[in-house]
Design a protein around this ligand. Structure first.
Ligand code: ARG
Ligand code: ZN
Length: 879
């Protein structure tokens, strides 16, 4: 726990380490009442440092120091300084061995950082600064060492003992104990260290690499999960092959291991050769996981695997460079997912998430650049900006360079920096050197926070046939940053003729055979572009494929949007036009009461979507989903949550009533027979069918009710069972809803991953997630304060998805959240700091809400012994 006011750490203060560690020899003695860690470090003065520092400084957090020896000589308490989170050994020689013994209590570690226990097994999480909770060490990513790790434990209770690299020795010890020694030949930063000990089942598979080496793939799970590994192992093999084919990257160790643990703060972790996953991000079976979960697992398994090159072989110099590995790796995993499924759908999902959540982060008090300049607690910077905006930034480099040059750039980056700890600037420089392009202005994407806003106006001159687009860009102020410079924005567009045909984009009067899509490069605050040789005013298709993470303001008419929805050749923009049309209609209904008419144009457009079987059904499934409440709130200036909710519900029920027969037909047309498969085609069909069902139940259609009950009872997969349950939960059939929820729990109560889904479907819905119902869920025997997934699936789903309830006028939702954050702050500050985030947007709301949100935050700030994690978020939000 924090004892003094948290310090801010600045990028500008970075210094190369004064000492480096060549080798680390670790020995873990694991017991029920604690763990003893023996560490032997080979330390030497860093030749690359000009520091004359005489003292060795090591990081340590919540450790009990048992002994310390320098070159075999035991140091007494007066020989070193062990205060706060540092251990300082004065006047060390230029090269020496340091032996340190520490004592930890993994069984009491509720922060889930460092070494802890999860359902009886020992496991670790060291990124970003968990290794310092295990032993004293220069815990920074630019100190890379070779690790040898011996793990000792009771043989019956912990038959499986794992760490990074290859197992080189094993044997039995006295008192029923045994040991395994692991050696990792690749130097690595301490954040990539991992250890696992438990009574686990091993699933084996193998992979032959492009150079013909056979890699042992091993997955370790608790016995009850033995049937939930196939999908992860298949995903892993696809990812390994893909990285060879697309990036030329081959796996480098002989063994690759995946472990599933139930208690985990984040999704997964790319420890060298020993990836550790949150169970919910790796375990799946047809009966227990939805299509969405299957896809999420595939992408996370790939993400962690891809880190072996983008993160492990080439790592980050310091934590300000986090997006170097995360932005690039998210980019790689989204390319992979595109290649495995539907590229348009993947792009829609990524853009929707970015626009809903990352834009909100960029507009809030925690806004920060892709490469931040300062932080108090690095854990707070595992954000959508670092990950998803960082991914977009890499994607824009690819758009600007083209596929071929981008691959040359990535080859150069890996070759030049293999085995090094580098910066985002090194990444950009490799891209520049390989391609010959100047990315000086582009680097502003890493330095400036905030979402650029493009204002686009156009005019058409009939007499000359010239269509002119004027584009201006501004970037809003963010905390600590004002008067921003224009950024380099790749802007993809097309123009459509009256019949929907793509028109050539002729930039000069004499250009022949101009392309029908272009990427314009915006570099100035204001620019205009002229397109020649047009007979009539075209309809512009702007920012195709969401070619940059920006907001676009253009005065679309509903006619233009309807036209784009059915004519654009860019699937992404078809979807986007549909969203904009729906948003426009919903907005116009806000505060208009329950009888205000819904634009028949919208109903007709949706009817067209439902009827046309020739369309890409995966795209239709996405287009049928109305913009979420969260996105509508994000777009609004002073959002009135209840009114937005009502207007959206009004549109939903009108569409459902008007399109009843079309929805029924769509439901039946998309009923699949045969075996369950997770192909884009069948995923799309299940999604369409479940959307149709949810809409129909929304208006209390009795026939639909029978369909839902039958679908629930007969389903052979979780997507359909959950689709029916969700539809019932969203309906007014109260008895069916309760009975089905009960049945679902009875069926799946032994499976934590399903119980989490059961919690969140209730917590996220207005009908089952009122505050008293939430409090009841938290009394349920399956709820567990020590398990982050349970907290997310109840409290997180309530505050993040059940928006009318969270934003109740009386402020009860806000007070509730602030109480839970305070409660959690002592046991798991990382999760507490994430949970508080909905309150940080208080300035966005009208005072009736904003004042109460602010008061709830102030309540948190007054808690005594507030963690550094929560302190940073709350204080920045109140500043
Ligand atoms: N590097 C992990 C990933 O793949 C994230 C782990 C971060 N964990 C944490 N506790 N901060 O994205
Ligand atoms: Zn990652």
């Amino acid at each position: 726990m924090r004892t003094s006011q948290p310090q801010t750490i600045y990028l500008k203060d970075y210094k190369v380490p004064a000492f480096v560690v060549d080798h680390v020899d670790l020995r873990f003695e694991l017991f029920e009442d604690g763990a003893r860690v023996h560490s032997l470090l080979n330390v030497r003065r860093n030749p690359e440092s000009d520091s004359t520092e005489k003292n060795l400084e090591l990081d340590g957090d919540s450790l009990t120091l048992e002994s310390i020896q320098l070159d075999g000589r035991t140091l007494d308490e007066g020989d070193y300084d062990n205060r706060g989170e540092k251990l300082i050994v004065p006047a060390v020689p230029d090269q020496f061995e340091l032996a340190v013994v520490t004592w930890l209590e993994p069984q009491n570690n509720t922060r889930l950082e460092g070494l802890y226990k999860s359902s009886g097994m020992f496991c670790t999480q060291c990124e970003a600064q968990g290794f310092r909770c295990i032993t004293y060490f220069p815990d920074r990513p630019d100190v890379m060492a070779r690790f040898r790790t011996r793990v000792e434990a009771d043989k019956a209770a912990y038959p499986v003992l794992l760490s990074n690299g290859n197992d080189v020795e094993k044997g039995d010890l006295e008192n029923g104990r045994h040991y395994v020694t692991w050696e990792d030949p690749f130097p690595k930063p301490s954040y990539l260290f991992a250890l696992v000990a438990g009574d686990l089942v091993e699933k084996r598979d193998s992979f032959r690499t492009m150079s013909g080496r056979d890699i042992d793939l091993r997955m370790y799970i608790e016995p009850r999960n033995a049937e939930k590994c196939d999908h992860a192992l298949d995903s892993l093999k696809r990812a390994m092959r893909w990285d060879e084919e697309v990036y030329g990257r081959e796996y480098d160790l002989d063994i690759f291991m995946i472990v599933a643990v139930d208690d985990f703060n984040m999704g997964a972790m790319e420890n060298k050769g020993l990836n550790i996953f949150n169970s919910s991000c790796v375990l799946a079976s047809q009966e227990t996981a939805t299509d969405m979960a299957f896809q999420r697992i595939e992408s996370i398994v790939a993400h962690e695997y891809f880190h072996n090159w983008s993160g492990n072989r080439v790592t980050c110099r310091d934590w300000f460079q986090l997006s170097l590995k995360e932005g690039f790796t998210v980019f790689r995993d989204s390319q992979f997912s595109s290649d495995m499924g539907s590229p348009t759908v993947k792009r829609i999902e990524d853009a929707a998430m970015l626009r809903t959540a990352q834009f909100a982060e960029d507009a809030g008090p925690m806004a920060h650049p892709v490469r931040p300049e300062s932080y108090m607690e690095i854990t707070n910077f595992y954000t959508l900006t670092i990950y998803e905006k960082g991914c977009e930034v890499v994607g824009m480099i690819r758009t600007l360079l083209g596929d071929e040059m981008f691959r040359k750039g990535s080859d150069l980056y890996f070759e030049r920096h293999d085995g090094q700890a580098v910066t985002t600037d090194d990444f950009v420089r490799a891209m520049e050197d390989a391609s010959g392009r100047d990315l000086t202005q582009f680097r502003l994407w890493y330095e400036q926070a905030g979402t650029p806003e493009l204002t686009i106006r156009d005019d058409f001159d009939q007499s000359s046939g010239v269509y002119r687009l004027s584009i201006s860009q501004t970037i809003p102020d963010t905390p600590g940053q004002t008067n921003k410079k224009p950024q380099h924005i790749p802007f993809a567009l097309g123009l459509l003729g009256a019949g929907g045909e793509p028109l050539p984009l002729t930039l000069t009067a004499d250009e022949q055979d101009a392309p029908k899509e272009r990427v314009l490069e915006l570099t100035e605050a204001e620019q205009s572009f002229e397109f020649h040789g047009l007979d009539e005013r075209p309809v512009p298709s702007l920012l195709r494929h969401f070619s940059a993470p920006v907001r676009v303001d253009y005065p679309w008419t509903r006619e233009q949007l309807t036209f784009l929805m059915s004519n654009d050749v860019d699937g992404f923009n078809r979807w986007d036009a549909g969203q904009r049309l729906a948003i426009d209609v919903i907005r116009s209904l806000i505060g208009q009461g329950d009888s205000a008419p819904v634009d028949p144009g919208l109903i007709a457009a949706y009817r067209g979507l439902l009827a046309d079987d020739s369309l890409d059904q995966a795209l239709v499934a996405k287009m049928l989903q109305l913009p979420t409440e969260a996105y509508l709130i994000e777009l609004a200036e002073k959002p009135e949550v209840q009114a937005i909710h009502q207007a959206r519900e009004r549109v939903l029920s009108t569409l459902a009533n008007e399109l009843r027969d079309d929805l029924m037909a769509c439901y039946h047309r998309n009923t699949l027979s045969g075996v369950y498969e997770v192909t884009p085609e069948s995923v799309a069909r299940r999604s369409l069918r479940n959307t149709a069902l949810a809409w129909l139940l929304h208006v209390n259609d009795d026939e639909a009710r029978s369909l839902a009950l039958a679908q629930y009872a007969d389903a052979d997969n979780m997507t359909d069972r959950m689709g029916a349950l969700r539809a019932l939960v969203g309906s007014d059939f109260e008895e069916d809803r309760e009975a089905t929820l009960d049945d679902f729990y009875q069926r799946f109560q032994k499976d934590p991953q399903v119980v989490e889904q059961w919690f969140s479907v209730q917590a996220a819905s207005g009908r089952t997630g009122s505050l008293p119902q939430i409090q009841q869920l938290m009394q349920h025997p399956a709820f567990d304060w020590k398990n982050p997934n349970k907290i997310r699936s109840v409290i997180g789903a309530f505050a993040g998805q059940n928006l009318p309830a969270f934003h109740a006028e009386d402020g009860s939702g806000y007070r509730f959240l602030s109480e839970q954050v305070c409660r959690l702050d002592d046991s798991n500050p990382q999760i507490a700091a994430r949970l508080v985030s909905p309150l940080t947007r208080w300035r966005k709301f009208a005072p009736v809400h904003g004042d109460q949100m602010k008061a709830a935050l102030e309540k948190v700030s007054q808690k005594s012994g507030l963690s550094r994690d929560v302190y940073e978020v709350v204080h920045k939000s109140l500043a």
